[in-house]
Design a protein around this ligand. Sequence first.
Ligand SMILES: Nc1ncnc2c1ncn2[C@@H]1O[C@H](COP(=O)(O)OP(=O)(O)O)[C@@H](O)[C@H]1O
Ligand SMILES: [Mg+2]
Length: 306
Amino acid sequence: MTLHVAIVTDDAPGWHGSRLRRALGARNARVQFVSLRACRIDLTRGCRGLFIPGFEKRVPDGVFVRGIPAGTLEQVVLRLDVLHALRELGVPVYNDARAIERTVDKGMTSFLFGHAGVPTPPTCVTESPARARAFLLRQTAAGHAVVVKPLFGSQGVGLRCLEPGTDIPDAAECNGVWYLQQYIETGAHDGDWHDWRVFVIAGVAVAAMVRRGATWVNNVAQGGRCEAAALEPDLARLAVRACAAVGADHAGVDLVRDRDGRLLVLEVNGVPAWKGLQSVTRIDIAERLADDFLSRRVAKPTEAVG
Ligand SMILES: Nc1ncnc2c1ncn2[C@@H]1O[C@H](COP(=O)(O)OP(=O)(O)O)[C@@H](O)[C@H]1O
Ligand SMILES: [Mg+2]
């Protein structure tokens, strides 16, 4: 029987969606693009309490999450509810809503790194300006600058580096929660900014690149240049551990080396893009993802036997 799977995105098909659809189609899966905005909890219409366009009669055999649109707290909660509800109905969701929540929320990600013993820079997440200032003062006294990040940010947007003598941002600027982290010097000199992005699928690091930033924020969206990088064993091992700490099937892991060469994980992206990485690696990431999604998560044990 043909599998009928959903790719959740608001950018259909988009660069990533096109590649995924081709890879899934080549494995005999029929793909429907779905926007979470169009889904609803509905006990009167749809299937088993959920209305998902294109899946009115039968829930999907699997759901690949490529994007969750931003919105009000209520809108985002409803969109995540839909993914949680799919899991409750036994539908494989890739990545699962729990992993997406943990990775979207940088505070929770940092906690889980600490909990799992994954090396990460000293970090403090607080709604107390006094506690935020105390962290900043301790770090600056020890000779470190401090990075402030939006709790739910991505693509390097809204990051600030507080040099000694600078105060914490206003509460309004960070929605009442300060995410503060020790700044790690990553290059031999100022201007030599870089970090690593490692792509992990099913507990295996499959590709890596170095991103060389136009500023200390190395994201491709901020002008970072992608360079091919070897999957050094320590890089691969740590990326896999970081991914396991948040429970993601697949992820893009950001890492830096401090000036002593020690690797630290900055974050795990639970809805990772791979366009930049694909431009510098020979492996086909969409093919790998489609393989793992279908064979390990979607295929029912009874079907897999035959
Ligand atoms: N503690 C830090 N020390 C040095 N550079 C950092 C630090 N945190 C972030 N950066 C730089 O900023 C980039 C974006 O930070 P990240 O935590 O990955 O947030 P985003 O979700 O916006 O990508 C990183 O890829 C890295 O280049
Ligand atoms: Mg990042």
